[in-house]
Design a protein around this ligand. Structure first.
Ligand code: IYR
Length: 230
């Protein structure tokens, strides 16, 4: 993506700025909070299709995340193809069975009890889209030589947050799914070894009878997640 000789600093004026009053800022912040507090991780989807344009646009938003040295060390693979979704489900469930049948420490299994998860992952076939997020350990200049990426987990985490927020804003439900280990995704999706699979997002509309674990409603209050020095 970069040419080796195009790496010098050039300043351009800030192209966009918002000019809100304090009251407008608070109203905007509150409106966004009100929208985001309706987000829940969903595990039961319908097969209602979601247009490709919606997914593309949400990925564009993810691509606007800040990243270490602006290297944008991420790659997204969006899958609607039923055969590929079935393959991913089969391979993920194989890993998950190992995880739930003794591979994971007892403490981890116990921590998951209130979430109600198990090795069955039908949503990986039912949800109309799976988005697999890859982290790029290094990048490649136009001439084929490598450059190092920085703060890769942080950058990819921020981009994933942007993506989840954009999908929610578009009226879609999301499951963040992390089969353990995930290396099989490189093979299934023909991604290079330099890329580390980070997460699968199952994306779509919630099933009529979709439920969430009651613990998911318990969020830490502000005074537990914020310390202020004024
Ligand atoms: N990957 C497993 C286990 C799992 C782990 C965590 I941490 C969760 O928050 C939920 C599930 C699975 O997807 O079932």
């Amino acid at each position: 993506m970069f040419a080796r000789d195009a790496l010098s600093y050039e300043a351009v004026p800030l192209p966009n700025r918002s000019d809100m009053s304090d009251a407008e800022m608070l109203a905007a912040a509150t409106a966004y909070f009100d929208a985001m507090k309706t987000r829940h991780t969903v595990r039961d989807f319908t097969d209602r299709p979601v247009p490709r344009d919606v997914i593309d646009t949400c990925i564009r938003t993810a691509g606007r995340a800040p990243s270490g040295a602006n290297h944008q060390p991420w790659h997204f693979v969006a899958i609607a193809n039923p055969a590929l979704k079935s393959r991913i489900r089969a391979e993920a469930e194989e890993e998950e069975r190992r995880f739930y049948d003794g591979g994971a420490p007892d403490e981890w299994i116990k921590a998951l009890e209130p979430i109600g998860t198990n090795a069955d992952k039908p949503h990986l076939e039912i949800a109309p889209w799976l988005i697999v997020i890859f982290a790029q350990r290094y990048g490649t200049f136009d001439d084929g030589t490598r450059y190092k990426n920085y703060y890769v987990p942080e950058s990819v985490g921020i981009a994933t947050g942007f993506l989840i927020s954009a999908l929610h804003q578009a009226g879609l439900s999301v499951l963040t799914h992390t089969p353990n280990p995930m290396k099989f995704l490189n093979g299934a999706l023909a991604r290079p070894d330099a890329e580390k699979p980070v997460m699968i997002l199952a994306v779509g509309h919630p099933a009529e009878d979709a439920a969430i674990p009651s613990v998911a409603k318990i969020k830490k209050p502000l005074d537990q997640i914020l310390t202020v020095y004024e």
